[in-house]
Design a protein around this ligand. Structure first.
Ligand SMILES: *Cc1c(COP(=O)(O)O)cnc(C)c1O
Length: 399
């Protein structure tokens, strides 16, 4: 695919992310072409017939596949070490498809309770409407996963680190329990980034991303991707996507391809700054608690050391003791902007209790470690010293 490269099998991630999957047209363009077309033409009727029968390779319709989208999928496969992948219109389309493509009425799913809001909706509300039952467990408690298994359990689903307070799930241990009962393990790997954690190598079967986050990384477009074994992706998932249509736009695939080229540089900077800012926050008198997997005081730091290459690009903290304290800090910030989004070049802070998790009762939030004074910060690409100064002046409003 990538041309005359005998060394391709030995490429390290930074090289894969610039070259892997490039399908160069007859014009020899350097940057990947945007194939912004919905359909394809055939030389003759026989060719159309053969293409539809699957007897010859080639594209037939962009809801099924598209060259720019294929380039993105192949580059993601190389990065993830996956056999196959499909791009989707958003991260939620990836999560929904990874579950719905394989489940049917009577099946059962076990998921960690600490999930991105829309993922929780799918597991808790949507699946049961179609007769697929679910059990939510405390992701950090291995005994809970085991106890939740029923004879009909078909899938385990979780994210790690979790949104928003960065609790961890031991991927290898949970995947082992799933294997033991014949269920597939699906990991939403957004918060760790594809460079920071390799769920497939740790025993998971399927990985999903919101590419909207660090893969684009510049707040420009929505996208998602599901990665896993060839048969699952090319048969089970592909059939579902082809007929239900949550396709990734070729233009967005192109934006994401450009994002992948700089992913290692950006993720290194995000994570280096996040680690520094977590330490800085821990020393600030207005900060009651810091959640950062890379710090030795994270309650699951041993799991972080086992499965994460770095502490990640997000930091969560508790300030003062009340909602008013959190709001005062958020409103005083000048560089860090208030937004529920994450994984942008711009640092973004959110108050989960009143935004992303406002649907939950205060008790349910407390169970997840989300309090009225909890703030989540997605660390951006600004100068880390400037971010520290901004946080310092905002926190000073409390003391
Ligand atoms: C953002 C996000 C999603 C959803 O992705 P969209 O691209 O917004 O649809 C799912 N899971 C996690 C962990 C996320 O951060």
């Amino acid at each position: 695919m990538a041309g005359k490269n005998k060394s391709r099998d030995r490429w390290r991630p930074a090289t894969q992310l610039v070259h892997e999957g490039t399908l160069r047209s007859q014009f020899g363009e350097t940057s990947e072409a945007v194939f912004l077309n919905s359909g394809y033409v055939y030389e003759n009727a026989e060719e159309a017939e053969a293409r539809f029968k699957g007897e010859t390779d080639g594209y037939v319709y962009s809801r099924y596949a598209n060259p720019t989208v294929s380039m993105f999928e192949q580059r993601m496969c190389a990065l993830e070490g996956a056999e196959a992948a499909r791009g989707t219109a958003s991260g939620m389309a990836a999560v929904a498809a990874s579950l719905l493509c394989q489940l049917k009425a009577g099946d059962h799913v076990v998921a960690s309770r600490a999930l991105f809001g829309s993922c929780l909706y799918i597991v808790e509300d949507l699946l049961p409407r179609y007769g697929i039952t679910s059990t939510l467990v405390d992701g950090g408690n291995l005994g809970g996963w085991e106890a939740a298994v029923t004879p009909n359990t078909k899938a385990f689903f979780f994210e790690t680190p979790t949104n928003p307070v960065l609790d961890l799930v031991d991927i290898g241990a949970v995947a082992k329990i799933a294997k033991g009962c014949g269920a597939l393990t699906i990991v939403d790997n957004v918060f760790a980034t594809p460079l920071g954690q390799k769920p497939l190598a740790l025993g998971a079967d399927i990985v999903v991303y919101s590419a909207t986050k660090h893969i684009d990384g510049q707040g420009r477009c929505l996208g998602g991707v599901v990665l896993g074994p060839q048969e699952f992706i090319d048969e089970t998932l592909h059939t579902f996507l082809k007929h239900t249509g949550p396709s990734l736009s070729p233009f967005n695939a192109w934006v994401l391809l450009k994002g992948l080229e700089t992913l290692p540089l950006r993720v290194a900077r995000h994570c280096e700054s996040a680690a520094r800012i977590a330490d800085f926050l821990a020393d600030n008198p207005a900060v009651t608690r810091v959640h950062y997997p890379g710090r030795a005081d994270h309650p699951q730091h041993d799991i972080a050391k086992k499965q994460m290459a770095f502490g990640g690009p997000l930091v969560a903290l508790e300030v003062g003791s009340r909602k008013e304290d959190a709001f005062a800090v958020l409103n005083a910030l000048e560089i860090v902007r208030i937004s529920n989004n994450l994984g942008d070049a711009k640092s973004l802070a959110t108050h989960p209790a009143t935004t992303t998790h406002q649907r939950l009762s205060p008790e349910a939030r407390a169970e997840l470690g989300i309090f009225d004074n909890t703030i989540r910060i997605s660390i951006g690409l600004e100068d880390a010293g400037d971010l520290e100064a901004d946080l310092e002046q905002a926190l000073a409003t409390l003391t």
